[in-house]
Design a protein around this ligand. Structure first.
Ligand SMILES: *[C@@H]1O[C@H](CO)[C@@H](O)[C@H](O)[C@H]1NC(C)=O
Ligand SMILES: *[C@@H]1O[C@H](CO)[C@@H](O)[C@H](O)[C@H]1NC(C)=O
Ligand SMILES: *[C@@H]1O[C@H](CO)[C@@H](O)[C@H](O)[C@H]1NC(C)=O
Ligand SMILES: *[C@@H]1O[C@H](CO)[C@@H](O)[C@H](O)[C@H]1NC(C)=O
Ligand SMILES: *[C@@H]1O[C@H](CO)[C@@H](O)[C@H](O)[C@H]1NC(C)=O
Ligand SMILES: *[C@@H]1O[C@H](CO)[C@@H](O)[C@H](O)[C@H]1NC(C)=O
Length: 400
């Protein structure tokens, strides 16, 4: 999660956010539980902290608080999973940051309490957003998730003047090269077809906006239209996300990490949001998929813009990060639920015809090592220089 001020977060969590109630959907009674079978879920919402979780808790006919299930290994702050009366849809709250996300999701998958082989996962959180691609309140659906801070870093003040950034890919000597050392979590690719379909459903939502957000956005109007996207009303945007425990901001780091995103995805990834969990969640899901416990083709990420990742023209990076209210926090939360509910509703409605058996094996999904397909069909690399070879070489080294 990323948010403007902890104080604001706490206030909003306890008070004013109450999503409008959704249209009614009838959920059949579950027999899984009563017959002693493992609970087989259709949808799992993954939230990261309290405001992202509670935004889902007042939907009529979708009572997520009907069952609370404790599992060992969950976050001490969020020790229970919430489920609807029929156990068709559940929600887990990971806790903030990469470590909490990875450990929580691992605990869920390897508890084997649920049967998750056909479950659609909706990772739904707020994020910093690039004014080049979206605005506060916009809901983004990435295909690629990148971990850009997994690099060497030297403070730029200690580097010679010909360096444009202090980040240098591991095993390399210059920025802008493909890393020679790959940990495997640098980049994940989701099922592009599912992402497109989910974005279509999300576009059915009427997204919320606020006066404060509208006012702040006008700061991004420029003569050259560089930040045109930032000046628009919230929308559904398909662009990619970055995971970093470091809550970064400003022109240099966002440019560095946009370049890293592009480089790690064979030139196709377009960085637009920054958050602190998704690659960790995806790595846990990847290991679950490798173990046959989940289907990596059934993952959707939604990240809505709660604040801009860089200052507006004339504003300092420090001012933009620490001393200005971008007005986007409340609408980012509300729009997560508004867009996400359209996705969940549509998956439940179309379950038998379209979703139960999955969308089919088309296009690459998985990590940078090809873990889910025996490493035979890597979809990354070769964009910066010798990326593909570096990955293959590195993997073969690791395998001996
Ligand atoms: C589940 O926990 C929530 C608080 O997180 C509570 O409001 C709700 O009543 C609980 N549900 C049940 C069935 O105990
Ligand atoms: C999980 O559900 C799938 C699909 O319904 C089924 O084929 C499989 O046997 C179930 N696995 C377990 C361990 O219950
Ligand atoms: C995170 O996931 C994204 C997309 O799946 C991927 O591009 C990125 O390299 C990953 N980054 C890290 C640090 O794991
Ligand atoms: C900066 O210049 C030094 C000395 O010419 C060179 O070794 C280094 O590779 C350059 N770094 C970059 C990022 O261009
Ligand atoms: C939402 O959008 C999709 C197209 O992406 C459409 O098929 C569907 O009927 C729309 N309406 C609802 C209520 O899902
Ligand atoms: C990102 O890449 C562009 C194009 O190669 C380059 O001009 C820019 O300096 C890079 N950004 C950083 C911070 O290195």
């Amino acid at each position: 999660m990323r948010f403007f001020q902890a104080v604001l977060a706490t206030l909003l969590a306890s008070a004013s956010i109450s999503p409008s109630h959704a249209g009614s959907i009838s959920f059949p009674r579950s027999h899984d539980v009563s017959q002693g079978h493992k609970v087989s879920l259709k949808g799992f919402i993954i939230s990261m902290f309290t405001p992202e979780a509670t935004i889902w808790h007042s939907i009529l006919d979708f009572n997520l608080l009907a069952h609370n299930i404790s599992l060992p290994g969950l976050s001490p702050l969020f020790p229970t999973i919430h489920c609807t009366p029929t156990h068709e849809v559940c929600q887990i709250v990971t806790g903030k940051g990469e470590i909490n996300a990875a450990v929580t999701i691992s605990a869920l998958l390897f508890s084997t309490h649920f049967n998750l082989t056909r479950t659609y996962f909706l990772i739904a959180g707020i994020a910093g957003i690039s004014p080049e691609h979206g605005t506060t309140g916009s809901v983004t659906l990435p295909r690629f998730a990148v971990q850009p801070a997994l690099q060497h870093e030297i403070d730029i003040r200690e580097l010679p003047g010909n360096f444009s950034t202090g980040y240098i890919p591991q095993g390399s000597t210059r920025p802008g090269t493909f890393p020679k050392t790959v940990y495997g979590t640098e980049v994940f690719e989701l099922d592009a077809r599912l992402v497109d379909i989910a974005a279509g459903f999300a576009r059915n939502a009427s997204l919320a906006d606020s006066e404060a957000a509208r006012r702040y956005r006008t700061n991004y109007m420029t003569a050259d239209g560089r930040y045109h996207a930032a000046t628009q009303s919230p929308g559904i945007v398909q662009c990619d996300t970055s995971t970093s425990d470091v809550y970064f901001a400003g022109h240099i780091l966002t440019s560095t990490f946009a370049n890293t995103t592009k480089g790690l995805t064979g030139g196709r990834g377009v960085y637009c949001t920054s958050q602190q969990e998704d690659n960790a969640t995806l790595e846990a899901l990847l290991r679950g998929a490798k173990a046959g416990l989940v289907d990596f083709r059934r993952i959707i990420i939604m990240r809505s813009g709660s604040d801009f990742d860089r200052p507006f023209p004339g504003q300092s990076a420090l001012e933009g990060l620490l001393y200005s209210d971008h007005g986007g926090f409340a609408i980012a939360l509300e729009n997560l639920y508004l867009a996400g509910w359209e996705i969940i509703k549509a998956i439940l409605k179309g379950w038998d015809e379209a979703f139960r058996d999955g969308l089919g094996e088309r296009g690459y999904v998985g990590d940078v090592w090809g873990t889910l397909n025996g490493g035979t069909a890597l979809d990354f690399g070769a964009s910066m220089d010798d990326g593909r070879e570096a990955i293959i070489a590195k993997r073969s080294i690791l395998e001996v």
